[in-house]
Write a protein that binds this ligand. Structure first.
Ligand code: CIR
Length: 264
């Protein structure tokens, strides 16, 4: 697969303003509803951090009928070569794809569509330098993952189907790419051997939710509630930008979920 620039170099992202209904977003465990104002503040800070990292931000309007629609990463994948419209595995989120499709069609020449044979969420997809890793999960099934591998091949990308630990929402809930050789991973995901070809930086015990960090150009965005992870990455020489994820964390989200990122 030809790679002209590092996969974490981006100059464009799409985000969606949180809806007031975001307080009813899906979650595995009830730790109380997030507040709308809290989610909005976290989202605003995320947009500001993206702009500071050198990215042009397209902000889409809120969708009240879709509480989880702020998490634009899940209904599509984007690459410089084109976009793939996905089929989110949660019933309440399936129609988010149709909502974002007109924007993607206006921005990308090549628009591929996952056939209606299975399901795949963008949160299960980690774009790594040598492959696009697709984690099987409660949201991404084998049929969806196989179909996604075929779509990726049409874009000249190699898909690699891997496992997500039991009970973990998305593959990327537990990992992120730090640079061309290194991944940040929970111990439970690293144990599967999926990252044996990488240098693995393991999340300190008790800070598992920090694994959904986000490398954008020169910075690594990390949840500000995870001081040991921040200190570890800082000591390793990464340019860490802490961002608050306390409210979106109540609905099982982290930093990658809130944008679609590519290099135009
Ligand atoms: C959901 O369960 O779908 C949302 N509450 C959270 C989605 C997080 N998305 C992501 O990690 N890509």
């Amino acid at each position: 697969m030809a790679q002209s620039r590092p996969v974490f170099h981006f100059n464009s992202i799409i985000v969606r303003t949180p809806s007031r209904s975001v307080v009813n977003g899906l979650r595995a465990d009830d730790r109380g509803n997030p507040t709308y104002d809290g989610v909005k503040a976290e989202h605003d800070a995320y947009i500001a951090a993206m702009r500071a990292a050198g990215v042009e931000v397209t902000v889409l309007p809120a969708l009240e009928d879709f509480p989880d629609s702020v998490f634009v990463e899940d209904p599509a994948l984007v690459f410089g070569e084109g976009t793939i419209l996905l089929r989110p595995g949660a019933e309440s989120r399936l129609k988010e794809t149709a909502e974002i499709t007109p924007t993607l069609k206006a921005m990308f020449e090549t628009v591929l569509e996952l056939p209606a044979v299975g399901y795949a969420d963008g949160g299960d997809v980690l774009t790594a330098p040598k492959s696009v890793m697709i984690g099987l999960s409660a949201r991404t099934d084998r049929a969806g993952a196989d179909a996604l591998v075929e779509c990726l091949a049409k874009l000249g990308r190699k898909g690699e189907i891997v496992a997500t630990p039991e009970g973990v929402l998305h593959f990327k809930t537990d990992c992120s790419l730090l640079d061309e050789e290194s991944v940040l991973s929970t111990a439970r995901l690293a144990r599967s051997g999926v990252f044996n070809a990488f240098k693995q930086i393991i999340i300190p015990e008790g800070e598992e939710a920090a694994a959904n960090a986000l490398r954008v150009n020169d910075v690594v965005m990390v949840g500000s509630d995870y001081p040991r992870t921040i200190e570890m990455l800082d000591k390793l020489g990464y340019n860490v930008v802490p961002l608050k994820t306390t409210e979106i964390g109540k609905i099982d989200a982290g930093l990658s979920c809130m944008s679609l990122r590519w290099y135009r």
